[in-house]
Write a protein that binds this ligand. Sequence first.
Ligand SMILES: C[S@@+](CC[C@H](N)C(=O)[O-])C[C@H]1O[C@@H](n2cnc3c(N)ncnc32)[C@H](O)[C@@H]1O
Length: 182
Amino acid sequence: MRVVVLRLGHRPERDKRITTHVGLVARAFGASEMLLTGRDAHIEESLKDAASRWGGNFAGSFALKSDVSWKGEVIRWKEAGGKVVHLTMYGSNLPDVIDEIRGSENILVAVGAEKVPAEMYQLADWNVAVGNQPHSEVAALAVFLDRLFLGRELVEDFAGGLKIVPSARGKQVIYPEHTEKI
Ligand SMILES: C[S@@+](CC[C@H](N)C(=O)[O-])C[C@H]1O[C@@H](n2cnc3c(N)ncnc32)[C@H](O)[C@@H]1O
């Protein structure tokens, strides 16, 4: 299964941190790429840095594509046979649709920042609510990916980066040669 995250409506003046966190969650929880409407050097730098220090996830090396047209990407994705999930508090309840979604080979997961264009709701194969209360794109994405991958992403190895040895107390890190100490 290939999962790509589409971040809509990024506003460089206010969304730097949250969009970076959308990207970090996408990578850490098993997506292979984030598509971003707009361009932001800070986000490009942070995600590149995370991927080079912490390695590639089970989907390979995490990629970022900036300055995309959200609608163009959604239409191309669907034309290529992929499915589109839009995370919104107004959507169907996650537990009611996740098994059906899991049957898809290629999934584009859209999350908003400011108000999402009405057309997104029409183009999505599923509008999915992670609970019907407003919260955050970071939380919605994390819960969605965790349910999609049934928690397997939490124990997957990331190749080529520094590795944390899970410990009940203290910090244990294994450093490959090319990595700097944290
Ligand atoms: C800060 S919210 C903005 C909500 C905004 N009022 C709207 O009209 O979409 C940013 C994004 O978080 C995600 N989100 C927030 N709450 C959610 C929920 N309960 N379920 C799914 N996604 C949610 C959606 O992707 C939303 O576009």
